[in-house]
Design a protein around this ligand. Structure first.
Ligand code: NI
Length: 255
């Protein structure tokens, strides 16, 4: 399938170290036309930048993931600003709230970095890429208050929440998790997203769709996500790929 835009990938991850270049060249030949690769701390944001410099079909986002919020240096915003000045940096991310792990940085610390990075993105005129795990109410509260442009990635909320996020004008991204046999809320949420706010993503190397669940994920698996979304929403997988590609290009100002 051609014209695929993977709106959320982590190609700096060490699980790609052995074959990264070979893999990226192959999946690009096979129809992955655009990739947004996402940083999770300063080092990985810089690695994402280097990948975007190396490949004309890769763009990147720079940000501090909530799980890394405890390690961010005091001057992290200056470092992000420098990265954001790069012509291929098209978003601040990933940022957000993650209440799943008890040993994560304290919620207050996560919330400070989440808010600071949204304000930075607004100052720079960039969209944000948001991670929300087990933190729906607090995430929505911050979004309602600060009104950033951007995407809620790997969406795990209800159909009602999808409607609220869409009403704020934000995009909503679905990963391979939508193909899992035990996915209940996600199909309902996916049905509730307006056509012009829907994105597909891998979150690779994680979240490989069925029938690859548990394996290392890469962007060439996205047609399986598109097929599942087509079953839920109607239309064809090709139409989902085209629609989500248009949406991601609009959001990230690509192409
Ligand atoms: Ni991610």
């Amino acid at each position: 399938m051609n014209g695929i835009f993977d709106s959320h990938a982590h190609y700096d991850d060490e699980r790609f170290d052995a074959d990264r270049d070979e893999l990226l060249q192959r999946i690009h030949r096979e129809g992955v036309e655009y990739i947004m690769t996402i940083g999770s701390d300063l080092a990985s944001s810089r690695a994402a930048c280097r990948l975007a410099e190396r490949y004309d079909f890769i763009w990147f986002a720079a940000g501090i993931h909530p799980e890394q919020a405890g390690d961010a240096p005091a001057d992290y915003r200056e470092a992000l600003k420098e990265l954001a000045a790069h012509p291929k940096c098209r978003a601040i991310g990933e940022i957000g709230l993650d209440y799943y792990w008890a040993e994560n940085p304290p919620r207050e610390r996560q919330q400070v970095l989440f808010r600071e990075q949204i304000l930075l993105a607004k100052e720079l005129g960039l969209p944000v890429i948001i991670h929300d795990r087990e933190a729906h109410a607090d995430t929505l509260e911050v979004l309602r208050e600060l009104r950033p442009a951007g995407v809620l990635h790997c969406f795990s909320g209800s159909a009602e929440m999808a409607g609220e996020v869409a009403a704020l004008g934000m995009y909503i991204g679905f990963t391979g998790a939508i193909t899992f046999k035990n996915a209940r809320k996600a199909p309902q949420a996916a049905a509730a997203v307006p056509d012009d706010l829907l994105l597909i993503e891998t979150d690779c190397p994680y979240m490989a769709p069925e029938p690859y669940r548990g394996k290392r994920c890469d962007s060439s698996m996205l047609p399986h996500v598109a097929e599942r979304l087509a079953e839920i929403r109607g239309g064809s997988a090709e139409e989902i790929v085209q629609m989500t590609c248009r949406n991601a290009r609009r959001l990230f100002g690509v192409g």
